[in-house]
Design a protein around this ligand. Structure first.
Ligand SMILES: [Mg+2]
Length: 361
């Protein structure tokens, strides 16, 4: 019997749990301003999530999926993208969306059920896709976009994301198969936060890594410490550079931990063991980044306090803007699905167009 194929999965970490460098810094991370910007964006995301959960708990907004503990995945990924790349997000990618210029108010309005919020105000995100809630369907859209870029010969790339559970879906495999076969300029970033709602990683799939699923598509799959924002940005940047040069897709499994409920309609305390959660808090992304910045003389407790206050005030303002946004029309739930409305929906639209909005909406 001969071995006919072997595959290797690498793991990249630059900043360890104590905030020590265990590998040389990539060039971008030698710039103090860039590092502080990354830290700032992580704080903005944490503050947005905190505000969104408050809004949901006080009945001012619908369901919301916080990214608590996973900020380095979204922010590292968003920072690695060029402006003219195209982002096809999943529902926990709000950090990268903000980096692309989508406003916190738009994100809050979206989770309040306002379809208009996906028509991003910023011209820079005009080609980006709206939040996708259906599990992994966005990966097919992303492959389609990458195929279009490839046909046009454009030196741009697509970044798309999903969770660990998303890699068990048929759409995931169809997308990576097509991307591999066509050598598409696409980077898949998997937020492996160890939970698919209440299903733990070890019951979700029996593969040793999620990264190795890329081999089924015929391309490279790698792991990165998803709590290390420098490492995430670095590996996504490298993968994007490869994609733009015609080197084909890459799948990046970012290993992190969901420190929050799956969404605001979940109660993770019913199924997450407290010692596991406590251990995960030790590894979360702010602690090590703060330690590193402090050691470098770039950060201190006073700056931390001022930044937290600024982010919190910014998100309180965004929440007020969301609450005071003029109501959406009931017909919006139909109007953005089809360019030409099928006749079978017309009577429903007619009914909705005369519907009276409930008080306070
Ligand atoms: Mg998950």
């Amino acid at each position: 019997m001969n071995v006919v194929a072997t595959f290797t999965v690498t793991f990249t970490q630059i900043l360890n749990e104590q905030g020590d460098l265990i590998q040389p810094l990539p060039d971008f991370a030698k710039d103090a301003e860039t590092l502080i910007m990354l830290y700032r964006q992580m704080h903005m995301l944490r503050a947005l999530d905190a505000r969104a959960v408050i809004m949901q708990r006080t009945g001012k907004m619908g369901t919301y999926p916080s990214a608590l503990g996973q900020e380095a995945v979204s922010i590292g990924m968003g920072a690695a993208m060029h402006k003219d790349d195209i982002f096809v997000p999943y529902y926990r990618d709000q950090g990268a969306m903000m980096q692309r210029g989508v406003t916190p108010t738009e994100i809050l309005n979206y989770w309040g059920g306002d379809e208009r919020a996906s028509n991003f105000i910023t011209p820079e995100a005009k080609e980006d896709f709206p939040i996708c809630i259906c599990i992994s369907t966005q990966l097919l859209h992303a492959a389609g976009v990458a195929y279009a870029l490839s046909l046009r010969g454009e030196k741009r790339a697509v970044v798309t994301g999903c969770g660990d559970g998303g890699t068990s879906e048929g759409d995931f495999y169809e997308s990576i198969n097509f991307a591999g076969a066509q050598r598409l300029p696409i980077v898949y970033v998997i937020n492996n936060n160890q939970w698919a709602i209440s299903v733990p990683r070890n019951k979700q799939t029996s593969t040793q890594t999620l990264a190795q699923k890329a081999f089924a598509g015929g391309f490279e799959g790698i792991q990165v410490d998803g709590n290390d924002v420098i490492a995430v940005r670095h590996v996504v940047e490298q993968a994007l550079e490869k994609a733009r040069k015609g080197g084909g897709p890459t799948l990046i499994e970012a290993i992190t931990y969901r420190l929050c409920d799956h969404t605001t309609v979940d109660d993770a305390s019913r199924y997450v063991d407290k010692p596991d959660l406590d251990k995960a808090w030790e590894l979360e992304p702010f602690k090590r980044f703060y330690a590193y910045l402090e050691k470098e003389g770039l950060w201190d407790a006073q700056k931390e306090k001022a930044l937290q206050e600024e982010c919190s005030a910014r998100m309180a303002e965004a929440a007020q803007a969301c609450i005071h946004t003029a109501p959406a029309q009931p017909t919006d739930i139909i109007d953005y699905m089809y360019e030409t409305l099928p006749a079978s929906y017309q009577y429903q639209r007619d009914e909705l167009s005369t519907a009276k909005l409930p008080e306070g909406h």
